[in-house]
Design a protein around this ligand. Structure first.
Ligand code: PLP
Length: 369
């Protein structure tokens, strides 16, 4: 089997680039004494997670109970970086294999109390990281008093154990070289939280943060014990636009076929929003992706099954039937749209399941797992 014979659109992963990308993160983390707990939401695949663990990741980060179950086959150390709300989600966490050491990032008593109760009834101890909002304005408490309140309750309740704090610096998306002031400010915010928690006798053992945009400047937050970047296994147009990586490291592309060149200045491919996603480009520029081999060619617009390339700024003259590789703006969302990953290594091609995709629910049962 080779790429010329597969039906498009198809998600293609270059495994040797994946290996190099993983090594780069592990080497960086080792040289700065930081743990890497990759977020698996990017790939949702057990074998890629296993590669990250074999290289030195300290455990994995997940967003859903299904990702937790899938990844419990490859690690005993999981962080759910998402507040589990509702009985079904909590039950699924309690059903994880006995040996799994689970931590949960949360920001309210409303999440903490039912989790503690369920864990106590199940005879388990779940770790708690108090989630802080340090600027992303998504989840997380925004004062030391709130953080202390939740941490203290977590330390007191049966079924849970206070382990530390977590935050996601999703507001820092500027080019890597321009992140200094935002990181310095964040470091001060963290120092203030740590000071207050220390005075309350609630010093965190774990300080979990990190993102791919800030990955290689994580050492500027000396408080961190672990980081959770996930996109760094593949990278994408957004991250390359921030200067975090080079074009040569992009390990994931959507293979597509040119289906029409009838409209002057345009070429249509068979990868639309159902393969690339309609995530906006957040660095400078527009469109929904670019061609790997012709980075001057932007996917200017998308319908569900059509991607429309702007070919006014290139000498490349596409022909119907020609194949192209598209670098999506945001790789994690594109992966989630695929049936499988076509993994290429030294000329060999294998199909790998996107195991953690979806909720893992039985299609014929309204609530059943
Ligand atoms: C809670 C949390 N941690 C870590 C990450 C990983 O960040 P990145 O996508 O920058 O690799 C994300 C990304 O959305 C996240 O939501």
């Amino acid at each position: 089997v080779n790429l010329a014979s597969v039906e498009t659109p198809a998600a293609v992963v270059d495994l040797s680039l994946v290996g190099a990308n993983i090594s780069r993160v592990v080497d960086y983390c080792r040289s700065h004494g930081i743990g890497w707990r990759p977020h698996v939401k990017t790939h949702k695949n057990r074998r890629l997670a296993q590669m990250q663990l074999d290289a030195g990741a300290i455990g994995l980060t997940v967003a859903t109970p299904h990702e937790a179950r899938v990844m419990s086959a490859v690690t005993d150390d999981l962080l759910l970086a998402y507040p589990p709300v509702g009985r079904v989600k909590i039950r699924r966490l309690m059903d994880l294999p006995e040996q799994v050491r689970l931590s949960v990032a949360l920001d309210s008593v409303a999440v903490l109390e039912p989790l503690a109760k369920a864990a106590q009834q199940a005879g388990k101890t779940v770790g708690v990281l108090v989630e802080l909002d340090v600027g992303a304005k998504r989840v997380g408490v925004s004062s030391a008093a709130e953080a202390i309140g939740i941490a203290r309750l977590a330390a007191e309740l049966e079924g849970v154990e206070y382990r530390g704090i977590a935050f996601y610096p999703g507001h820092i998306r500027s080019p890597q070289t321009e992140q200094g002031p935002a990181l310095a400010q964040l470091s001060q915010v963290l120092a203030d939280y740590l000071g207050s928690l220390g005075e309350a006798d609630l010093e965190p053992r774990v300080v979990s943060g990190g993102s791919t945009p800030t990955l290689f400047r994580s050492h500027e937050l000396p408080q961190l014990t672990e980081i959770r970047p996930g996109t760094c296994i593949f990278y994408d147009r957004d991250i390359a636009g921030m200067g975090v990586t080079t074009w040569n490291d992009l390990a994931y592309t959507v293979l597509a076929t040119v289906v029409s060149v009838a409209v002057p200045g345009r070429a249509a491919i068979d990868a639309g929003s159902k393969a690339l996603s309609k995530e906006a480009f957040r660095s400078s520029g527009d469109g929904y992706g670019v061609l790997l081999e012709h980075p001057e060619v932007v996917v200017a617009s998308l319908s569900e099954e059509h991607g429309v390339l702007d070919i006014t700024n290139t000498t490349w003259r596409p022909k119907v039937g020609e194949r192209v590789r598209v670098v999506p703006n945001h790789v994690c969302v594109s992966v989630n749209l695929q049936d499988r990953l076509l993994v290429e290594e030294e000329g060999r091609l294998e199909a790998w399941a996107i195991d953690g995709r979806g909720r893992g629910l039985a299609p014929t049962s309204p609530v059943g797992v």
